[in-house]
Design a protein around this ligand. Structure first.
Ligand code: PLP
Length: 392
């Protein structure tokens, strides 16, 4: 049974709990062997351990650029990349830079539902937050335009998760991607595109371009951020920012990087040969197959055993299935019963910055056998919960 309660983890998962809540790789899908098997003696120059190149050292960025170009089909150059400590840290770096340059308290438009902890980071950077609905094509750009023109809303930043969005799994459509960039140009705001799941399209589905690759402006309005957390291992705290060279330079001169140097050089050095020898590509390809199997298993089980739970969107990748409960049932109350009595958990809509009648199920953490069992238990919890509501 998959679980995690070592001293190393941020979030323990108790043995015996079926956890469809955590949006994390399962321990079987973490590449410890690959890390150990890779030669780490390729760097012999002691300056490798000096305060690091603020953008991330060039050889690593070249390997990263090659990897991203081959996975996405975009032409990405090393000077369009900056090494980050993963997406949470990147949001903080970008958010603080934009907030510090704003003459007034800055406003960020964010999707609803969305990844709540990113919103918390932006609030910590000093942003006011305004939610914008997401539908099957991603963020509602017509509403963004309406707010700006009719209500004189002046965003400094629009935060989106363009591919396999957390929690809905929707993809931002081609017309909306273009429209959002146009709006950013016309109304002078930045776009922060969080691509935590971009490379995790299922094997038969295409990987979408980074929004930064579609940024047609000279100086750049789009920051795309990517991370090795979901495709490799969260604890390595390694990611990238992709943007036009002018924006990269602006970020390279962030006071935190000026003071502390580039982030996580040692880990970049460790990952470099895994990129250059093709093992990362192989790892990612296997991972996409495994995630697809887990997804299919969860999707079918929910359809069969929880017919009243509406599956709102059909994922083409990522980690999540997004569902709606009937009759405005409260998913937080259901979650409490499900965990307490049936030892199964999921993420209620209220923790995804939206209403309580939605819930998110993660298919990444458990094996297919465990997913089957988890949905059996969830169905028992649901039936008891629904029966109780009728009796009241
Ligand atoms: C949309 C999104 N952004 C960022 C993160 C965190 O990224 P990182 O581990 O690179 O900090 C997550 C993790 O769940 C996520 O879902």
């Amino acid at each position: 049974m998959t679980y995690q309660n070592s001293e190393y983890v941020q979030m323990p998962v108790t043995k015996g709990i079926y956890d469809l809540n955590v949006g994390q790789p399962s321990p079987q899908m973490l590449p410890l062997d690959l890390l150990y098997s890779t030669d780490r003696n390729h760097i012999t120059d002691p300056t490798f351990l000096q305060y690091a190149n603020q953008q991330g050292y060039l050889t690593f960025r070249k390997e990263l650029a090659k990897f991203l170009s081959s996975e996405t089909g975009d032409q990405i150059a090393a000077n369009e990349l900056l090494v980050t400590p993963g997406n949470s840290g990147a949001i903080n770096l970008i958010g603080t830079r934009i907030a510090a340059s704003s003459p007034t308290r800055p406003l960020a438009l964010v999707e609803t539902p969305t990844y709540q902890w990113a919103v918390n980071v932006l609030e910590g950077c000093g942003f006011d937050i305004m939610p914008i609905p997401v539908d099957k094509e991603g963020i509602d750009v017509v509403e963004v335009e309406r707010l700006i023109i009719e209500e004189q809303v002046k965003p400094a930043l629009v935060f989106v998760i363009p591919s396999h969005q957390n929690p809905t799994s929707v993809n931002l459509s081609a017309p909306r991607r273009q429209k959002l960039i146009q709006l950013a140009v016309t109304h002078d705001f930045y776009i922060l595109a969080d691509e935590a799941y971009q490379l995790l399209s299922f094997p038969e589905n295409k990987v979408h371009s980074a929004l930064a690759s579609e940024d047609y402006t000279e100086k750049g309005v789009v920051f795309t951020i990517g991370t090795f957390s979901k495709i490799f291992a969260p604890a390595i705290r390694l990611g990238w920012l992709q943007a036009k060279p002018d924006l990269i330079e602006w970020m390279v001169n962030h006071p935190v990087l000026v003071s502390g140097g580039g982030v996580n050089q040692v880990m970049a050095g460790w990952i470099e040969p895994i990129l250059s020898n093709g093992s990362m590509q192989k790892w990612l390809s296997d991972l996409r197959k495994e995630l697809f199997q887990r997804y299919e298993c969860l999707y079918k089980a929910v359809q069969q055993k929880l017919p009243l739970l509406e599956i709102v969107t059909t994922p083409q990748g990522g980690y999540f299935i997004w569902c709606k409960l009937p009759n405005q049932m409260d998913s937080s109350a259901l979650a409490a019963l499900a965990l307490e009595k049936y030892k199964v958990s999921f993420r209620p809509g209220t923790k995804c910055n939206t209403s309580p009648d939605y819930l998110r199920l993660c298919f990444a953490y458990h094996t297919t056998d465990e997913i089957e069992k988890a949905v059996d238990l969830l169905a028992l919890a649901y039936n008891e919960f629904a029966d109780n509501l009728i009796l009241k």
